[in-house]
Design a protein around this ligand. Structure first.
Ligand SMILES: [Zn+2]
Ligand SMILES: [Zn+2]
Length: 504
């Protein structure tokens, strides 16, 4: 070593300054991106995109579980190799649904530094043993031998794993078994029942490092190829200032559907991110609603493809029952049972009892959505089509009313007719549907949808002037092409929300 001279200190100082730059840049990145996250939510990043397990189905499920809890804003990274400290800076917690080759040194260091600095890391199932030097992977399409040098800091960070392949194999046969909480005063397990049921692979022979803590175990029965031991299933660890949660459950989507996976996973992610758990087990998916829009869907009198049953799918708050005829639907008082009626029937008649109940429902200011051929309902009940629906597909010519006509298999370019809560998120859309022409409409309807298709009336959706109830009419909806169209589904779901008074 040569004696130091004043000049040699200069580059050293310069390097020291440089070494502070990444941290400052990272902080700036978090600040700069703050507006792009939902305020007050935990920012979670799922690392995925490569695994011998089916990440293409499990990653979306993990994301949904976290989002549905209401506590997380979630992003997914499927090309993990390029991430660095700046990528991670805005996040509070990383979730590994990854199992593949080691990452570049920059990425591995960024993850280590992220956790060490006080943030969270969560591992599900197979993620626990990758980077251990043991894996030969099958990416579901082909085998990839990735036996490589273990990432030693990873083991320290996670606090558990396999040093060598266990003599009885990594797990026995998949079966249903209890996950028993052995440490019940940890924030993740506090208040949970003694055990939850799993249907999954039961990992065995894993070594838990002394500084890690086991929260739950499951017995691995010899009859299922197990070790006859109580194996560690949920593990927490501290790494620097950070928190790490591992669940070894979650072989595939079905396993991840079970509460033994869901509840600890969602609560464990909250703990890893924040050190606290506020989420009740009920918040740990699948989402259920406490403020449902109770909807009765009426069909009958006209055939339709079963795709119609999917139109209300995916809306978290719409729950619906189905009446297969108007006689079934209006046999009793509906006022206390339903908020909205969706008519997709084509009914010529309704007896006096049925009319009475339907009328009571409308007079109770409940909501009504009339779809497609239901525009031809009750030709002989003038109050219905004139006062309530505000329109009528005229099935047969009669004095003062020319018969309407229809045409199948038309491309219909549709635009919102003006601003309205039902169409506020709907732009122009194009449906392959049936058109109606010569539909009678009441004076005072508020147009919702219009088209310039020459085989169609111009206005093909409206709000009725009916003062008793919120009534929306949507003409399209003949077949599968519309039922499956995301914009059509959104339109109908918006109409149900609006009819329920939930969409202003
Ligand atoms: Zn597995
Ligand atoms: Zn039709």
């Amino acid at each position: 070593m040569s004696p130091r001279n004043p000049l040699s200190a200069f580059p050293l100082a310069f390097l020291l300054v440089l070494s502070f730059l990444p941290a400052r840049a990272a902080t700036n990145t978090a600040d700069r991106l703050a507006d792009f996250f939902q305020a007050g939510k935990i920012r979670a990043l799922i690392l995925s995109g490569r695994c011998n397990h089916d990440w293409r189905t499990t990653t979306p499920h993990l994301r949904q579980l976290l989002v549905d809890s209401g506590r997380f804003d979630v992003r997914v990274e499927e090309a993990v190799d390029g991430i660095n400290a700046e990528t991670l800076a805005p996040f509070d917690v990383l979730i590994m649904d990854y199992g593949g080759p080691r990452w570049p040194a920059t990425t591995e260091k960024a993850v280590e530094d992220f956790v060490r600095a006080g943030k969270g890391l969560v591992l599900a199932h197979g993620a626990v043993y990758h980077f251990s030097g043991l894996s030969v992977l099958t990416d579901r399409h082909r085998s990839v031998d990735i036996r490589e040098t273990p990432w030693t800091a990873f083991r320290e960070m996670v606090g558990c794993g396999w040093d060598t392949p266990p003599p009885k194999g990594f797990h026995g046969a998949r079966h249903t078994f209890p996950l028993t909480f052995t440490k019940r005063d940890h924030p993740i397990t506090a208040g949970l029942p003694e055990s939850l049921t799993a249907t999954d692979e039961l990992y065995q022979g894993m070594r838990v490092l002394p500084h890690a803590e086991v929260l739950a175990r499951s017995h691995a029965p010899m009859s299922r190829g197990g070790t006859d031991q109580d194996e560690p299933m949920l593990i927490v660890n501290r790494f620097g200032e950070g928190r790490v949660f591992t669940t070894v459950l979650g072989h595939e989507l079905a396993g991840m559907w079970e509460e033994a996976f869901r509840i600890p996973f969602v609560r464990g992610t909250e703990w890893a991110a924040s050190g606290k758990v506020t989420l009740a087990p009920e918040a740990c998916g699948p989402r259920h609603t406490t403020h449902s829009i109770r909807t009765l869907v009426v069909t009958g009198g006209h055939d339709y493809p079963t795709s119609f049953y999917t139109v209300l799918e995916g809306h978290p708050d719409i729950v619906w029952e189905h009446a297969r005829s108007n006689a079934d639907a209006f046999r009793g008082d509906l006022r206390n049972r339903f908020d909205v009626l969706v008519l997709y029937d084509m009914s010529a008649n309704l007896d006096d009892v049925g009319r009475g109940h339907l009328r009571e429902f409308i007079e109770a200011h409940k909501g009504l959505v009339v779809l497609h051929h239901a525009m031809a309902d009750y030709q002989g009940w003038e109050w219905w089509w004139r006062e309530v629906v505000g329109g009528r597909y005229v099935t047969k010519e009669e004095p003062g009313f020319k018969a309407s006509d229809f045409r199948h298999d038309e491309w219909v370019a549709i635009e919102p007719a003006g601003p309205h809560p039902i169409t506020s998120e709907i732009g122009p859309l194009r449906l392959f549907d049936e058109t109606y022409r010569g539909v009678w409409t009441a004076p005072g309807i508020r147009p919702l949808l219009k088209t310039s298709n020459p085989t169609s009336d111009e206005v093909i959706g409206w709000i009725s002037p009916c003062a008793l109830s919120r009534v929306a009419v949507i003409q399209p909806g003949h077949g599968t092409e519309s039922h499956r169209h995301p914009a059509y589904r959104k339109l109908v779901q918006n109409a149900v929300e609006w009819a329920a008074g939930r969409r202003q």
